[in-house]
Ligand binder design. Structure first.
Ligand code: ZN
Length: 147
């Protein structure tokens, strides 16, 4: 198994459209997607080799809506990319770590993801993600239209 790599930081926002800072810094959204399983809309913003992921709730019972209600907008999770998510989850379970997802669920752009409980990650919600294929290529004009 290869070592996990840093993939992205998830930021809970009230509105992706209103999150102008990153655009004003010259960054561009590469991919926008609704993740039905999490009731969130996500916008991926590449920053060097990693990404920022803006997360907006699509319904009141979304984990993001609950997070913002409790703590306001801010850093929501850190995502590590792994090659064999099932093996990692089995190992962590066997070691007694508390997992939000005991097995991988569908995430953005075809990834398989699982969240580990913040109590397992020193207070930080950790997402493990196993990539499917390359990110779909969204022409920049479309991206501007989306945002
Ligand atoms: Zn994420």
């Amino acid at each position: 198994m290869r070592k996990p790599r840093f993939d992205h930081i998830g930021i809970a926002v009230r509105s992706i459209e209103d999150a102008a800072l990153f655009r004003d810094l010259g960054l561009t959204v590469a991919h926008v997607e609704i993740v039905e399983t999490q009731n969130v809309k996500t916008a991926f913003i590449p920053v060097g080799d990693a990404n920022l992921e803006l997360l907006e709730a699509t319904s009141g019972d979304s984990p993001i809506a609950k997070f913002i209600e409790k703590r306001g907008e801010g850093i929501h999770h850190i995502c590590l990319r792994v090659d064999q998510i099932d093996e990692h989850l089995e190992t962590l379970k066997a070691k007694g770590y508390r997992l939000v997802n005991e097995s991988a669920v569908p995430g953005a752009h075809g990834c398989r993801v699982a969240f580990l409980h913040p109590s397992a990650g020193n207070g930080v919600l950790i997402e493990l993600s196993e990539k499917a294929d390359e990110l779909p290529n969204v022409p920049e004009d479309d991206v501007e239209a989306i945002l």
